[in-house]
Design a protein around this ligand. Structure first.
Ligand code: CA
Length: 524
């Protein structure tokens, strides 16, 4: 009997010890705040030091100053929905099923990192732009923009239906995010995905930022008038140029939708006199492109300015609530974007501007302030990183790597030296041919392979940082080409994409000469 009492007492002590261990762990498990933008590119952030110095972003720069800036965070398929699906699942498009924005709907039954965090005791929420076609799963609370969402007075969708809001979308998403943190279940650590629409096309500014540049000119990129000489038809036959693709809405010759009368008045007071001067000038050719570039930069950068201000609001709020020390803040975007380079806007290409996402991470106890990292990292690493930060194992099918060792300033000896890339959506929008490629620190080997091209390109960032030259047939590169071909084949096996993608991977529109796409576009 005495023995039994002893065992019960021991068991009780063990249980208490275990319990306090759990409590201690709960106290140290970090909150995770993921601040995500849409089409935000490194060239627009002062902490990335673009030589055009387009904009000062002091609040986003604060994250770089107090945390780590990644210089080569690369996407695996440079377009919105696919990047979002890869972040949630930690998998490439061909394994999570979300290849393109045209006919894909995210399968919310898949394993995602928010689900695993939720299951392990995190309070989870998703607020802002979701854009995956199906309702969010793995979140205690969600409040999302329908589809692309609107810049002014956007509706939001919650579990209970549509809700109207007043104001500018970037402010609205931040207001809702801060309200959620304030009212969260404080017995748990939290995951908040606060996802901005900005600075997505049509780049509509907050009214307070109209004329923010005081009509000063923005520096032009060196390749604004790229002639695409020696490049694949895929590059030349694009439909994403300032010269050939810009619409009246893009350049604000017509107003963005959904403003109130008072808002529209303020909008017109800024744009109308400038638009009238433009009409009178009757610009043609390069002068027209130059005018469009200036208007584009005013608008795009104004959108980034609002993001920056709202990042400032969030960081101040974390300070006030004494959450800064135990909150991992990760700031990124679903891809980069062209700001006139090669004469383009938009993304999709394996080229540096659209391939590279900004990535800043702050976690005061774990990441040295002001650190930078040049390793190739990717959005497919985010899921495993967040799980690792919370002390959880990744799902066995995830294809990335936790960034925690890099945050400690250690690069594992087996860290990736190359990354596999595959873009599918064609022909619309923007006529960017499907391409597959391998990216290393210095080179890119690219195959434009469908439907009317079969072109290889080799890019050398060291010799040609603007990426305007194809070295593929240059004899000096023959060995490099051979090595990269082998690496591409090796990566296909590693990421499990050895089979031809299904027809539906390319979208719902037929290629020329093709009558019936495999999957019609879904209604919603
Ligand atoms: Ca995007």
């Amino acid at each position: 009997m005495k023995q039994l009492a002893f065992y019960i007492a021991v068991a009780a002590i063990v249980t208490l010890e275990q319990l306090s261990a759990v409590k201690a762990e709960e106290a140290t498990r970090p909150n995770i705040l993921f601040i995500f933008c849409d089409d935000l590119t490194c060239q627009s952030l002062s902490c990335y030091g673009d030589n055009r110095h387009l904009l000062d972003t002091p609040h986003i720069d604060r994250l770089a100053r107090e945390g780590m800036r990644f210089d080569r965070c690369l996407v695996t398929n440079s377009i919105c929905g696919p990047s979002r699906a890869s972040i949630l699942t930690g998998k490439y498009s061909h394994l999570n099923g979300f290849y393109n924005n045209s006919n894909c709907k995210f399968d919310g039954d898949q394993v995602t990192f928010p689900k695993l965090l939720q299951k392990s005791g995190y309070a989870t929420a998703m607020i802002g732009k979701w854009h995956l076609g199906s309702d969010p799963t793995g979140f205690d609370d969600w409040n999302i923009l329908p589809g692309q969402g609107l810049y002014y007075n956007p509706s939001m969708i919650t579990k209970d239906g549509r809700v109207k809001t007043d104001g500018y979308v970037t402010d609205v998403v931040t207001d809702l995010s801060l309200a959620w943190i304030r009212n969260r279940d404080k017995s748990k650590p939290f995951l908040l995905m606060s996802q901005q629409k900005a600075p997505h096309r049509e780049w509509a500014p907050a009214l307070r930022h109209l004329g923010w540049n005081k009509d000063q000119d923005f520096a032009e990129p060196e390749t604004l008038f790229d002639d695409y000489a020696g490049r694949s038809l895929a590059i030349r036959d694009h439909d994403m140029g300032l010269e050939r693709t810009f619409t009246d809405l893009d350049v604000k010759l017509v107003p963005s939708p959904n403003m109130t009368e008072a808002q529209l008045q303020e909008w017109n007071a800024y744009y109308e006199p400038r638009n009238e001067a433009f009409r009178q000038a009757n610009l043609q050719g390069r002068e027209l492109v130059r005018w469009r570039y200036q208007r584009y930069m005013h608008d795009y950068l104004a959108c980034v300015k609002a993001v920056d201000e709202n990042v400032g609001r969030i960081l101040d709020f974390l300070d006030e609530e004494k959450l800064t020390d135990n909150t991992l803040v990760v700031f990124s975007s679903d891809q980069g974007f062209f700001l006139g380079e090669h004469g383009w806007f938009d993304k999709r290409w394996i080229l540096e501007e659209s391939l590279r996402s900004p990535l800043l991470a702050r976690w005061p106890s774990k990441i040295a302030a002001g650190a930078t990292n040049k390793n190739i990292v990717s959005l497919i690493d985010f899921a495993e990183t967040f799980l690792d930060a919370a002390g959880l194992q990744p799902d066995a099918e995830m294809q990335g790597h936790s960034l925690l060792p890099l945050w400690k300033g250690e690069t594992p000896s087996d860290w990736r030296q190359s990354l596999y890339y595959h873009y599918y959506e064609f022909p619309s929008p923007h006529r960017v041919r499907p391409h597959v490629g391998v990216i290393t620190e210095r080179y890119k080997l690219v195959h434009y392979y469908k439907p009317d091209v079969d072109d290889w390109e080799l890019l050398d960032r060291e010799k040609d940082p603007l990426e305007v030259t194809n070295f593929y047939t240059d004899p000096a590169y023959s060995n490099t080409v051979k090595v990269l071909h082998a690496e591409l084949e090796r990566l296909k096996v590693e990421v499990q994409e050895t089979a031809e993608p299904p027809r539906s991977a390319y979208g719902s529109e037929p290629f020329e000469g093709e009558t019936q796409p495999e999957n019609p576009k879904p209604k919603n």
